[in-house]
Write a protein that binds this ligand. Sequence first.
Ligand code: NAD
Length: 499
Amino acid sequence: MTIRMPVPVVKHDMLIGGRWTQAESGDIFESFDPYTGEPWAEVPRAGTADVDAAVEAASDAFRGEWRRMTATARGHLLRRFADRLAAAAETLAVLETRDNGKLINEMRMQLNYMPQWFHYFGGLADKIEGRVIPIDKPGVFNFTREEPLGVVVAITPWNSPLMLAAWKLAPALAAGNTIVWKPSEFSSVSALAFGKLFEEAGFPPGVVNIVTGFGHEIGDRLVRHPKVAKIAFTGGDATGQRVYQAAASELKKVTLELGGKSANIVFADARMESAIPGLVSGIFAASGQTCIAGSRALVQRSVLDEVVEKLVAFAKTARIGDPLDPETQVGPITTLPQRQKVLDYIDIAKGEGAECLLGGKVPEDPALAPGWFVEPTIFGGVASSMRIAQEEVFGPVLSVIPFEDEDEAVAIANDSIYGLASGLWTQDLGRALRMPDRLQTGSVWVNMYRATSYLSPFGGYKRSGIGRENGMSAIREYLQEKSVWIDTMNSVPSPFVQR
Ligand code: NAD
């Protein structure tokens, strides 16, 4: 176990129009370390005046130097940012772990990988091309331009604060937009350090603005502001619905990356030495606080007892502790209300008649008492209709649901309002090819779980979202196509007939 040295509480500024500033009101809020349960940072509590200032700055920047910059120069800036990010990866990983309690190993992996988003989309910046249309009208030249949308508002959750922002900022900036980013009120500190890197890389002031504050106080203004063209949101589906409704009332474009209740399906022919760690990594890594958590383990009935026994034995060995300690395998829950929500769901599952096979409570170790922990928890005897099998817990709680055959596995897996991801463990090649066609999810992993890349599209079916992040598809989310018509014949058309 590591011994934590106390750190002084630091007061941070947010970034508006190239200025590091406090909120106009002077209000702040505290950010807590989920391992110690103590405040460790003070962050500006932005109000609507700050939102307006940030949107104005982004709007001015969109019409200024940034708009006149060549796409190649824009790409170069993004790649310079990537290099700054690579150099700052360790510092940022530690900030993230302190702020959201996720494992340092996981945050290191994310931060060391993240520069690739800025290299990839920086590379794409000057490969955005229009088309010449072989138009059917004589004497007319028609071509298309791909243009940025304008000011993009990025709203992100606390579970992977910088990674989920990078998924938005890299394509949006490559496409030539400007940004107002509101990180989660539970994890703003790393965002502000990230903001400094844009300055160091040489982005013009106002291209990236960061306002820190509470979603219920400034979210609506951000979404509805008349100078905002698009909202790129990641968070819970209830918040996503509110954002979508507000955006719809102003006819704004949206990308929504929302929740999940992903099925991780184990067939009797699976290689159990991979499938068991696969089930565990699907749910207990990140203490279940990932949108793609494999929170439903669907297990073929003929191997149910074997899988449950091995699963419980394996999960029991997970080391709970300080997330800054590289030996730790399960860290705390990021927020106190979220820990309560997880404990409430455990009670709901017990009330529904599910059998608690592991965990189900706060750890008894007194060393962990100040932190916001929940033990890795496994429920057996779960039916697909139970709330514990239907609702997103966003914590280290796994429901094991048996199935007889492929058809039943598909029916249970698809029996969800969500459709973010699914996992499949089998050695049958035909099944590995057949099942992805039948599963209603935006990602399917076969004999692996929880992999994402800057190269491959990510997004949800059903209530898990709208639009795609990552890969070639992502940049299209931040562009609009313009059709340009030119008369090449100096013709004099009849004013009363459509051309
Ligand atoms: P949340 O929905 O509570 O908050 C997300 C963000 O929305 C925060 O920045 C919050 O301040 C802001 N917000 C809150 N109310 C708002 C409003 N009225 N208008 C505008 N913004 C508002 O989510 P969370 O608890 O921070 O994160 C957990 C959720 O995020 C889970 O449901 C998880 O599945 C989801 N998530 C999805 C993905 C994905 O890519 N699909 C990835 C990670 C997390």
